[in-house]
Design a protein around this ligand. Structure first.
Ligand SMILES: Cc1ncc(COP(=O)(O)O)c(C=O)c1O
Length: 373
């Protein structure tokens, strides 16, 4: 397989651990081991203490699969396959579903692997462009027109990376119906689920929306444990999951034993875990609203409706690539230019899941004060 480089990940590989403040991270500030273990119930504390570091069950620890299934209304443990990050979920699922001659529709701008893996499998990929002028919304009529007799997969991501867009319920239902009419699978990348700013906006999970809909979840974002590298696919199409599981024999075989137990602890304590993430994001949004209010002629955005990231636009005369390069040099603050998404609009991704956001914003404003007055 030949695959185009993952622009965003190459950028992070260069900068993430070389700067003072990552103001474009998509994860929520990670839990410490001590704090997480303090949340363990008796059973999972035992499992942690007695854990043997052998191979694990290929589809995932039975208790972990059961706990993940409990996130959904219609899924049982056999409808869940544990993977090493959402990234592995995308890779294995798309490899199983698509081959040369197939057609896929994927929203764009977006997380690159959601369309790049499909291309590498030989599929024709139609990008469904989200536009700032439309509030980054998915255009269901345009989506319907993009379907062809060869369309086998439609991919959406909500809340969305990088814009924070969240479709309304009617739009979501229409997309589910379009995929069903097309005889296609719908992959719903839900890694930012539970970070809706208004809980009433939370969409039904994909797996609960139909047998042709697949949910992609992960511990990295709303559950604030990216270092576990634990993700999952949930689907009531067990034959499909079996094929994905067989493909996984060629990637990781099974998940990390310690990570599975830590994920189990985290999911069992999800009330506390999600509350911390939601509170942190809400606090950071207050700081960002104030930032945008102080720089009305320089920074603008479609305010996200969920997730831990947004996609603001920088004033036209301040080239975002140059601005970001100078910012990291002068203040050690990292932004992610929209060009890394192949997007031409002078946008950048900003992340608001980290505790150092106030210090990072102070650095950003120092630099703005120098170049944007
Ligand atoms: C939309 C989306 N999907 C999938 C992933 C992959 O998640 P992970 O790195 O935890 O595997 C990310 C990570 O940024 C993402 O933003």
């Amino acid at each position: 397989m030949r695959i185009t480089e993952f622009e965003l990940e190459r950028y992070f590989a260069r900068w993430e651990f070389a700067v003072r403040h990552v103001l474009c991270a998509s994860d929520v500030e990670g839990w410490s081991m001590g704090e997480l273990l303090a949340l363990a119930d008796d059973e999972s504390a035992e499992l942690w203490k007695d854990l043997r570091l052998g191979y694990t069950e290929a589809p995932g620890h039975p208790l972990l699969r059961r706990e993940i299934a409990a996130l959904y209304e219609t899924a049982d443990a056999p409808d869940v396959l544990v993977l090493s990050g959402a990234e592995e979920g995308i890779f294995v699922l798309v490899n199983v579903l698509l081959e040369a001659g197939d057609h896929a529709i994927v929203t764009w701008p977006g997380y690159q692997s959601l369309y790049e893996v499909a291309r590498a499998c030989g599929a024709d990929v139609t990008l469904h462009e989200l536009r700032e002028a439309d509030g980054w919304a998915i255009d269901v009529d345009a989506l319907r027109r993009q379907v062809t007799p060869r369309t086998r997969l439609i991919v959406i991501n909500a809340p969305h990376n990088p814009t924070g867009m969240l479709p309304d319920r009617a739009t979501f239902d229409a997309i589910v119906a379009i995929a069903a009419e097309a005889g296609a699978y719908l992959l719903v990348d839900e890694v930012y689920r539970y970070l809706e700013f208004d809980e009433a906006d939370r969409l039904p999970a994909g797996v609960d929306a139909g047998r042709h809909v697949i949910s992609l979840g992960v511990m990295s974002k709303s559950f604030a444990m990216a270092g576990l590298r634990i993700g999952w696919l949930a689907s009531r199409d067990r034959e499909l999951l079996a094929r994905v599981a067989a493909f996984k024999d060629y990637t990781t075989i099974c998940a990390s034993a310690p990570s599975e137990i830590l994920a189990l602890i985290g999911l069992r304590a999800r009330g506390v875990i999600l509350d911390r993430s939601q509170t942190l994001v809400a606090q950071n949004m207050v700081a960002l609203d104030a930032l945008f209010a102080r720089w009305p002629n320089t920074l603008s955005w479609v305010r996200p409706r969920g997730g831990s990231i947004g996609f603001p636009r920088m004033r036209e005369d301040l080239d975002i690539d140059r601005f970001s390069a100078e910012l990291v040099e002068s203040e050690g603050v990292l932004l992610l230019p929209g060009t890394r998404f192949g997007h031409p609009g002078n946008h950048f991704r900003i992340g608001f899941g980290r505790t150092d956001l106030p210090a990072a914003v102070a650095g950003l404003e120092q630099h703005l004060g120098r170049v944007a007055r």
